[in-house]
Design a protein around this ligand. Structure first.
Ligand code: PRP
Length: 213
């Protein structure tokens, strides 16, 4: 059995459909219940749902042979894994955002609220700006509104959350999308199976694109 860590939520479901189209279906996964593991012996695959930010840990430690995870999580948690494929799903941008007329007074340290302290620290270090990181766990957009921070570093997908809170993108840091990752030891010992899954994912995407045209 190839153990596959899927990120719980909308991205995970989209990814599962891509894996099913690639020949690794496991229909019981779509039943509405609280189970977390599902297997299809015939296809040699076992799926489990984990919190998106934990996918890298499962794969790094070999509890999962492969997994699907956002590039944001990879950049933030830096797991020791191979990144095999950009799935082109879950596309969004990591950005600095704040009030559109925000003026950065470089005499003061900049207060940055974020769920991604490492990405934020790395970005501001690269531009030589001192910052004070305020680590939050969600609803980041509220921080500048309440004066808790000057700006935020966060994911922007449609831009609706920023717009509806009168905020704007001030800088784009990096483009994000879902990646197919692999445990380093598994890649050595289960190479053929993992490559078959990777190729299947690629072909499923090509077939989907061709259908759209
Ligand atoms: C994410 C992100 C933004 C929002 C961006 O939040 O942190 O708040 O989505 O999406 P948009 O550009 O399409 O509006 P999420 O839904 O994960 O909630 P949380 O960070 O508040 O937990």
């Amino acid at each position: 059995m190839l153990n596959v860590a899927l990120p719980k939520g909308r991205l995970g479901e989209t990814v599962y459909h891509r894996l099913a189209a690639a020949g690794f279906e496991c229909p019981s996964i779509l039943e509405k219940n609280r189970r977390l593991t599902f297997e299809n012996e015939e296809k040699g695959v076992r799926y489990f749902w984990v919190k998106p930010s934990d996918v890298g840990i499962y794969v790094e430690r070999g509890a999962a042979d492969v997994g699907i995870v956002g590039k944001d999580i990879l950049l933030e948690t830096k797991p020791d894994v191979y990144e095999l494929l950009d799935l082109g799903l879950g596309k969004c941008r990591m950005c600095v955002a704040g009030f559109a007329d925000f003026y950065d007074d470089r005499e003061r340290s900049l207060r940055v609220a974020t769920k991604f302290p490492k990405i934020a620290a790395g970005y501001y270090e690269s531009v030589g700006r001192d910052i004070d990181i305020i680590k939050l766990n969600g609803s980041i957009e509220i921080a500048p509104i309440l004066g808790l921070s000057d700006v935020i570093v966060d994911i922007v997908e449609t831009g609706n959350t920023l717009k509806e809170n009168n905020l704007a993108v001030l800088q784009e840091i990096v483009q994000i999308s879902a990646r197919f990752i692999c445990n380093k030891v598994s890649y050595q010992f289960r190479h053929a199976e993992i490559e078959r899954m990777k190729d299947g994912l690629l072909q499923a995407e090509e077939a989907r694109q061709a259908e759209k045209e």
